[in-house]
Write a protein that binds this ligand. Structure first.
Ligand code: ZN
Length: 201
């Protein structure tokens, strides 16, 4: 069982889910299947977010149990499954102190899809990565030197340091850690009251 954060609710996951017409009879079912589900460790510690479909698989396999339901039912051939909103693993899993793989996707996640210079919130396709210290000047490709950037800020900055371009980073780029993950889980859970008691502690 892998625990890549949010991978199952990204656009790719959605495509996968939509590509399974047998499991999804109606629009409502499709929607219910990729609703985000909070995954708790056996200790009730929030550790992940996954798509409802994956959560249901974990429950059916006996790996997790539903702690909260979202009120929807998923209609399979002969029966309806209550869609969980929060599940909890039955066995405690040791989660390594999360050092996420350095990737474009994770940098965008860390920066919440907003340009770190002008603050504009944009879809991933309209964002790029900026090396704070340009590569041509010895800047490394690290968590601390890569930030999400819109195309216009990226052009404006060019091969300069932020100071030279008179641009200022909105926040210091840091490695993606468990704290950041929690923060994102909280933001995602903001609309789901059932997540709150597990996240706001
Ligand atoms: Zn910008």
């Amino acid at each position: 069982m892998e625990f890549e954060l949010y991978s199952s609710v990204g656009p790719k996951g959605r495509e996968l889910l939509l590509a399974s017409p047998r499991a999804a009879h109606t629009q409502g079912d499709v929607h219910a299947m990729h609703a985000p589900v909070l995954v708790l460790n056996a200790s009730y510690e929030p550790i992940n977010v996954c798509a409802a479909r994956r959560a249901i698989v974990l429950v059916l396999k006996g790996v997790a149990m539903a702690e909260e339901e979202n009120g929807h039912h998923l209609h399979a051939a002969r029966f309806a499954i209550r869609v969980p909103s929060v599940i909890r693993l039955l066995e405690y899993r040791r989660i390594p102190h999360q050092t996420r793989a350095l990737s474009r996707k994770n940098i965008l996640l860390r920066d919440r899809n907003s340009c770190q210079y002008c603050g504009e919130l944009l879809p991933a396709s309209e964002l790029t990565l900026d090396h704070v210290v340009p590569r041509s000047r010895g800047g490394a490709s690290t968590w601390e030197n890569l930030v999400t950037c819109c195309h216009s800020c990226n052009r404006r900055k060019g091969n300069q340091l932020p100071l030279e371009a008179r641009m200022k980073l909105l926040r210091e780029p840091r490695a993606f850690n468990l704290h950041t993950s929690r923060h994102i889980m909280r933001m995602m859970g903001h609309s789901d009251a059932k997540w709150r008691k597990y996240l706001f502690y």
